[in-house]
Write a new protein. Structure first.
Length: 724
């Protein structure tokens, strides 16, 4: 009995040990991954920075729904990619230190992918060794290793094998419990906040069910799955839907997989390794375009296709692979399918369909191994099993470790000199990290060219590129997120059109139109951090910091046109054409201290409010309290982004918040003393939260009931067997 248990758990133990060995640097050393992307680092700028915000919110016992420190204020939970209400993230970041929780959120994804791939392969009849090869080739493939940069993607993708296994068990048993479990897994995927991988998982799981179901009912099963899935994840998708309605996501550029990318099936670094060198193909993004499961697994997969094609599972996985390649390689096919299937053509990177291709090939590789076993080629030489496993692991680990660059965590979170300077200023204000997308590209190119192992990217922290300002509690106008409001996007386009850039580092220069400086000043941006030398008489250099030897210094500029975080204005200028507002307020003749631009008719205000004053009593992410005394009726302008989830009270009475000066907020105030309270209270979030809690309770009670029911049934059967 003990030997039987040992054999049962040995494969899972092996997979666990492999994951531990693969990630030994972040498990046993105080390190964090530091891989660059195109114009930043998703894993640090978004992944770690967002998780830092989650961890801080949990420690402070506040809801992680709004972040005032990025993009003039941003509905960070609605963006989704932080996965703030995913139960796994909540558990990890509630009980563990930030670094350990962050690293284990990656490690667990690989473990989940490998274990459930193994269990599925065993369920469809593959041998233990074949199942191990399938598991290793899937979980350590290019998709998972490459997308460590974007941990929200692998957090979702790792559940694909579990879904296929549960669908198979549903088909085999017809038990509703598996519908519930499938709905839970889909809910977990949605709660990670990134719809593309969930969407592909849903379509793939549905196609598998339709292929295998026979006469089993579809509608009833699908109804239960969708109810559980939608209910559990409502706390995420409802706020995301609110943000999506205001977003500019549809304007983003789509990429395409190309025939020449197929070379990466056998030579993954044919176009270079982005961690070690500069990839010169502008139309190739390594972690999207590379598809690699290892040489031996690929050969075994081809062998399995040739020798086991009569098997129904082999036919299915081959058909899926062919169809996925048609979608990836032939744009009209992709467009037609996108037209037929709502939402399919919505995503920027169709390359991520490679997740399904890799899973299919990984399972097919198991069929290839088992065919060799069936004809006794391997049975006569059992040591070949170990050699095969060793070579597969060696190949994929060699491939993967070349992608995993780490940085000492203490060095990463060490307070930059720029932060030390900014912390001396106690006023409410923001920074602007000027054109750091470009300077990041330059830093990364120099880093890879001169083999500096990420040291220049570490130095680039001094510029506080988008989102990493969260780590040191500095407010910034910059943001890096998946969904941005249309207005923010249009504002960025407007100011970018006012630059004249000479991007030759070292010695890069930028001439910035006075209109831009004025707009930034209106929006409470006091300091510009820049590797560029900015030419403007409205900016003065306050400090210079060393970036790297023989390179430009980092300059910290002071904006002479700064306006306070909150200020009072006597009257309004009504502009109903939103496209003209930025031209109006950036014009030198517009005085933002004398009038505020609103977009709705408003009969309120006075010619002047001399002698009035305003004082910020409390300023936090989800609540702002301000005391204001006015000599006449007027308006309070708060330089935080307007968003529908915000509400306001003046002296305890609900008041409307107006869109002010294109991006910001304003409320009308009467003469005298006023206490103004702004608070984030999104109806979408509240409704979603309630739905998720109720659904979760119902599912929990049902699962407990099913557990005791099954236990009681098992006891009765055991008792009857003893009596007989």
């Amino acid at each position: 009995m003990n030997i039987s248990k040992f054999k049962r758990f040995l494969p899972v133990t092996i997979l666990t040990l492999l994951v531990v060995v693969f990630f030994y640097k972040i498990i046993f050393f105080n390190t964090i991954f530091n891989m660059a992307d195109l114009t930043g680092s998703d894993i640090l700028d978004m992944g770690y920075s967002f998780k830092h915000f989650l961890s801080q919110s949990l420690m402070q016992k506040t809801l992680p729904v709004w972040c005032s420190s990025i993009g003039y204020g941003f509905p960070i939970h609605a963006d989704g990619e932080g996965g703030f209400f995913n139960p796994i993230n909540l558990i990890l970041f509630s009980i563990l230190p930030k670094l350990i929780a962050f690293n284990w959120s990656i490690i667990l994804s690989f473990l989940i992918a490998s274990v459930f791939t193994y269990l599925y392969a065993r369920n469809i009849g593959l041998s233990a060794v074949a199942s191990l090869v399938s598991s290793i080739s899937f979980s350590f493939s290019s998709f998972f290793v490459g997308h460590i940069r974007q941990i929200h993607i692998i957090n979702i993708a790792c559940w694909l094998p579990a879904l296929i296994l549960l669908v198979k068990l549903l088909i085999d048993t017809n038990k509703v419990i598996y519908c519930i479990l499938i709905g839970i897994v889909f809910g977990i995927q949605i709660l990670y906040g990134y719809p593309q991988i969930f969407y592909y998982s849903f379509i793939f799981s549905l196609s598998y069910f339709l292929y295998k179901r026979g006469q089993r009912p579809l509608i009833g099963f699908l109804f239960v799955i969708i109810i559980v899935m939608v209910g559990l994840s409502a706390v995420q998708w409802l706020p995301t839907f609110e943000l999506y309605k205001l977003s500019s996501y549809g304007d983003l550029i789509k990429w395409q997989y190309k025939f020449k990318d197929l070379i990466t099936f056998i030579l993954p670094y044919y176009y270079g390794n982005p961690v070690k060198e500069v990839i010169l193909r502008n139309d190739f993004i390594f972690w999207e375009g590379c598809i690699y499961i290892g040489i031996l697994p690929l050969l075994f997969a081809l062998f399995g296709i040739l020798k086991r094609f009569k098997d129904n599972h082999v036919k299915y996985f081959v058909s899926v692979c062919i169809f996925m390649f048609l979608l990836l390689l032939i744009k009209p096919v992709y467009n037609i399918f996108g037209y037929i299937l709502p939402g399919f053509g919505f995503f920027r990177f169709p390359h991520r369909l490679s997740l399904i291709i890799i899973f299919c090939l990984a399972i097919l590789s198991g069929y290839g191994i088992d065919y060799l076993k069936k004809i006794d080629l391997l049975n006569r030489r059992k040591y070949l099993y170990l050699i095969i496993l060793f070579l597969v692991v060696l190949d994929l680990f060699s491939f993967g470790w070349k992608q995993l660059r780490t940085t000492d965590y203490s060095a990463w979170i060490k307070q930059p000199e720029s932060v030390k300077f900014l912390k001396k200023d106690k006023d409410f204000s923001r920074i602007c990290s000027f054109k750091t997308d470009y300077s990041y590209i330059v830093a990364n190119m120099l880093d890879t060219t001169y083999k500096k192992e990420g040291r220049l990217l570490l130095a680039h922290r001094e510029l506080l590129q988008s989102n990493i300002n969260l780590i040191w509690d500095i407010e910034s106008s910059n943001i890096y997120a998946g969904l941005l409001t249309k207005r923010f996007f249009e504002f960025e386009k407007f100011i970018s059109s006012k630059y004249e850039l000479t991007p030759n580092f070292p010695g890069a220069k930028a001439i910035v139109n006075p209109e831009v400086i004025k707009l930034y000043g209106m929006y409470n941006v006091k300091y510009f951090l820049s590797l560029w030398t900015i030419k403007s008489n409205l900016l003065s250099i306050e400090s210079e910091l060393l970036f790297s030897k023989n390179f430009d210094k980092i300059k910290i500029y002071n904006n002479k046109l700064l306006l306070p975080k909150a200020y009072l204005v006597p009257k309004t200028k009504i502009v109903k054409d939103e496209k003209s507002i930025l031209d109006i307020i950036s014009n030198k003749d517009f005085n933002p201290l004398n009038e505020v631009v609103l977009e709705k008719d408003m009969d309120h205000g006075y010619s002047d409010i001399n002698g009035s004053n305003v004082d910020i009593v409390k300023y936090s992410d989800n609540e702002v309290i301000i005391n204001a005394t006015l000599s006449n009726d007027g308006f309070l302008v708060l330089n935080d982004a307007y968003y529908p989830g915000w509400k306001a009270e003046v002296n305890g009475e609900r008041k409307n918040i107006f869109k002010a000066n294109y991006l910001m907020r304003a409320v009308a105030l009467n003469k005298g003393n006023n206490t103004i309270r702004f608070y984030y209270d999104s109806d979408y979030f509240k409704i979603g939260f309630v739905i998720s809690i109720i659904t979760g309770l119902i599912v929990f009670v049902y699962l407990i009931w099913m557990f005791f029911r099954e236990s009681k049934t098992s006891d009765c059967i055991g008792k009857e067997q003893k009596e007989s």
